[in-house]
Ligand binder design. Structure first.
Ligand code: ASP
Length: 613
C-alpha cells in the first residue's frame, strides 16, 4: 500500500539490500519466487495468533510485514517459546520461506510465510499504550506522548518516507539547476517576517540575546551580494506566533535565492520545481501554472489563496463604481451597502430551509462576521423566488440570476456590506459550500501563482504601514513613482504559489539598492538609526555591489502534507509540538535551574510556582 504509487521503487527510494549481520531480508521483501529459501528476519512482533498446533506471528519493520509460523509438530520447544511472545517484542527468526495455504492479496508479502526454526528475543516490550496499527485506539494526547511508538505505525512511517522522497526530489532538481546548498546560522539577530522572535540569552555577553531565524532572508540576500548566484537550503525556521490551528513554532522551508533574475525567471524556475516534485511523487504533472493577480483573486474568489479545484467565482451585483443590479428598492441593507456579491450554486435550488439556515449561521459566525445571508432561487419550473421578495420582483431576480450565469435549478447566495470585507466573507462561504457539496475530488491538484500583491498594508492598531511580505520586497518598477505619495497603491514585485487553496510558497524580487531600501524602512516607520541598528549590515552590503536578485521560500511541511493527503502538518513532522506549542513527550518548554538563570545573567519575573496550563 504505497501512498505515492508513482515514486515507489524509483530513484527517490530505491530498493536496497537490507542484509546485515542480523537479517538476510527486510520484513517487506519476500515473495513467492523465494519459496524454499532459508532466511533470517528481524523486527517487531505486531500480532500473535495461536491456532492449535500453530502460532502465527506478524513480524514487522519499516518495509512491511511477514507472517512467521511456529509449528508444534515441527519444533515443539520453539512453538512453546512463541506462545510467550508479546506485542512489540523485538526478535530475530530464522526459517524457510514457503507458499501460504491461504494467500493474503492485500499484503505485498501475502503469498508467503516463514516456517521458523529458531527464535531469538532481543528485547521484550511492555504492553504498548495503544495499538500500533493504522487504525489505532490511541487518543491524540497519548499518541503524542509516545510519539516514538506512534511513528511505528505504517501510515506514519510512510509519511516520513514520503517527506524524505520530497526532499530528495527537491534537491535533485535544484542541484541540476546549479543551486548550492548553503547553511546559514541559527543564532542571529532578529529578522522581520512579521512574527515574534524566539530569543536565546547569551552567557558570554550579559544582557545580550541572539534571535532564532524566522527565515534566512537576510543571509540569503547577503549570499547573493557574495556572488554565490544560486542558493537553497531546506531549513528550520522559528516563529513565536500566537497559536493558530496547525502552526508549529518551528517548521521547515525550502528557502531559495537567485541573482540576475526578474520575476519571470523565478516563476519559471520554481514552477519547474513544483512540476518536478509532482511528477516524481505523484506521477502527475500539474501542467503550466495558472497566474492570477491579487486583485483578481480577491474580486473573483474573496481570497489571496483561491482554491481553483472548483469554480463558483463571485458575481458582483453592486460595486462602488460599477453595476448596481439592486437599485434603490427601499431595502436598507442593499440600499446602503457599498458592495453586493453572490455565489451561484449549481443545483442549489433544492437546498432545504434547514440547509439555508445552516449556511446563514455559518456566515454569521463571529469569525466570518456577516449580518445575514440573502438567497435567490431559480426553480426548475422556471419561476423565481428569493428571501427578499418583498422588495424585488421577478424581473429583478431574473436579472441577478442571468448576470450570474445561472440556470433553472440554481440558487444565488448573496452577501452585502463593505467591499473588502464582503468579498472575504463570500470567499469563506465559497469554501464552505465546496466542503458541504464535496466539490473537490481527492488527489486533484490545482497549482497557481498569485502576483502583484500590495506592497504595504495599513495597520490600524499601530497606525502605520507594514510590509505585506517583508521589507526587502521590491515594488513593481511601474509603481515606483507612487511610493512617496500613494504608498497604499504600490504593488509589490512578489508572488505566492498556491495549491488547492493553501499558500505553499512565497517570495519576491528584492530591493538591491541601499537608497530604496532606506526609503522603505522610513515608510515602515523605522527611524534611520533604528533601521541602521537592525539592518545596517544589509544596507552596508548593498553599497558593495549588490546584484539584482530575488527568491522564494516554500513551506516544506505544508507541501509534504498536501502530497500525503493529510490536513495537518503535524502528521508529516517526526516530532511536532501540540496545539499549545508544547512537546508533551519530552515535556518542553520546561523550567530551568536557578543556576542556569544566574549563568545567563537573567532573573525570572514570574511567581516561583507558576504553573504551566
Ligand atoms: N523569507 C520569506 C518567507 O519566509 C520568503 C522569501 O521572500 O523568500 O516567507
Amino acid at each position: 500500500m504505497a501512498i505515492w504509487p508513482a515514486c515507489s521503487g524509483r530513484v527517490l527510494l530505491p530498493p536496497v539490500n537490507r542484509a546485515t549481520h542480523y537479517r538476510s531480508h527486510s520484513c517487506g521483501e519476500l515473495r513467492a519466487a523465494q519459496a524454499g529459501l532459508e532466511v533470517t528476519l528481524a523486527g517487531w512482533v505486531r500480532r500473535v495468533r495461536k491456532m492449535g498446533v500453530l502460532v502465527f506471528v506478524d513480524l514487522a519493520d519499516r518495509e512491511g510485514l511477514t507472517q512467521v509460523v511456529f509449528d508444534e509438530t515441527v519444533h515443539r520447544e520453539l512453538w512453546e517459546a512463541a506462545q510467550e511472545l508479546g506485542r512489540e517484542f523485538v526478535v530475530q527468526i530464522e526459517g524457510q520461506v514457503r507458499l501460504r495455504e491461504a494467500p493474503n492479496p492485500s499484503l505485498p508479502t501475502g503469498e508467503v510465510e516463514v516456517l521458523a526454526r529458531s527464535l531469538r528475543i532481543f528485547n521484550a516490550s511492555e504492553v504498548p499504550p495503544f495499538k500500533i496499527e493504522d487504525a489505532t485506539d490511541g487518543g491524540e494526547e497519548l499518541l503524542m506522548r509516545y510519539r516514538y511508538l506512534d511513528l511505528r505505525r505504517p501510515t506514519n512511517q510512510k509519511r516520513l518516507m514520503l517527506r524524505h522522497a520530497v526532499a530528495t526530489a527537491v534537491r535533485h532538481y535544484l542541484n541540476a539547476q546549479g543551486f548550492l546548498e548553503i547553511e546559514t546560522p541559527f543564532l542571529i539577530k532578529s529578522t522581520p517576517e512579521g512574527a515574534r522572535d524566539f530569543v536565546v540569552p547569551s552567557r558570554l555577553h550579559p544582557g545580550h540575546f541572539y534571535a532564532l531565524p524566522q527565515s534566512p532572508q537576510t543571509f540569503k540576500q547577503l549570499l547573493m551580494v557574495s556572488g554565490l548566484d544560486r542558493y537553497y537550503q531546506i531549513v528550520r525556521c522559528f516563529r513565536d506566533e500566537d497559536l493558530r490551528a496547525d502552526r508549529q513554532p518551528e517548521f521547515t522551508q525550502i528557502d531559495c535565492e537567485m541573482s540576475f533574475v526578474n520575476r519571470e525567471d523565478i516563476l519559471q524556475m520554481f514552477e519547474g520545481l513544483v512540476r518536478h516534485v509532482f511528477r516524481e511523487i505523484k506521477g502527475q504533472d500539474p501542467g503550466p501554472l495558472e497566474r492570477i493577480t491579487y486583485e483578481q483573486a480577491m474580486r473573483l474568489y474573496g481570497s489571496d489563496k483561491p482554491d481553483l479545484r472548483f469554480g463558483m467565482a463571485i458575481v458582483e451585483l453592486k460595486t462602488k463604481d460599477g453595476p448596481d443590479a439592486f437599485a434603490e428598492a427601499g431595502f436598507q441593507v442593499a440600499d446602503k451597502a457599498e458592495y453586493i456579491g453572490a455565489l451561484c450554486v449549481g443545483g442549489g435550488a433544492s437546498f432545504t430551509r434547514r440547509q439555508l439556515d445552516e449556511l446563514t449561521d455559518f456566515v454569521k459566525r463571529p469569525q466570518i462576521g456577516a449580518s445575514g445571508l440573502m438567497w435567490c432561487r431559480w426553480n426548475p419550473d422556471g419561476s423565481t423566488a428569493s428571501s427578499v421578495d418583498k422588495f424585488y420582483d421577478d424581473h429583478r431576480r431574473r436579472q441577478w440570476l442571468e448576470r450570474a450565469g445561472g440556470r433553472p435549478g440554481d440558487i444565488l447566495l448573496i452577501l452585502a456590506g463593505p467591499e473588502a470585507k464582503t468579498r472575504k466573507q463570500l470567499g469563506e462561504l465559497r469554501l464552505e459550500l465546496a466542503r458541504r457539496l464535496n466539490l473537490c475530488a481527492p488527489d486533484t491538484f490545482r497549482c497557481l501563482w498569485v502576483t502583484d500583491f500590495p506592497l504595504l498594508e495599513w495597520d490600524e492598531e499601530s497606525a502605520r504601514w507594514v510590509a505585506m511580505h517583508h521589507p526587502f520586497t521590491a515594488p513593481l518598477p511601474e509603481d515606483l513613482s507612487l511610493l512617496e505619495k500613494h504608498p497604499g497603491q504600490v504593488r509589490a514585485n512578489a508572488y505566492d504559489m498556491v495549491i488547492n487553496g493553501t499558500e505553499v510558497g512565497g517570495g519576491s524580487i528584492r530591493i538591491h539598492e541601499a537608497g530604496l531600501q532606506q526609503t522603505l524602512f522610513r515608510l515602515l516607520g523605522f527611524s534611520d538609526a533604528e533601521a541602521w541598528n537592525r539592518f545596517g549590515f544589509l544596507m552596508q552590503a548593498f553599497r558593495f555591489g549588490a546584484p539584482p536578485h530575488g527568491g522564494i521560500a516554500f513551506g516544506f511541511d505544508r507541501l509534504v502534507a498536501l502530497l500525503a493527503g493529510t490536513e495537518s502538518i503535524r502528521d508529516v513532522i517526526a516530532f511536532p509540538k501540540n496545539n499549545a506549542g508544547r512537546d508533551v513527550m519530552i515535556d518542553a518548554p520546561d523550567r530551568i535551574e536557578e543556576a542556569q538563570w544566574k549563568e545567563l545573567h537573567i532573573r525570572p519575573n514570574f511567581p516561583e510556582h507558576h504553573e504551566i496550563p
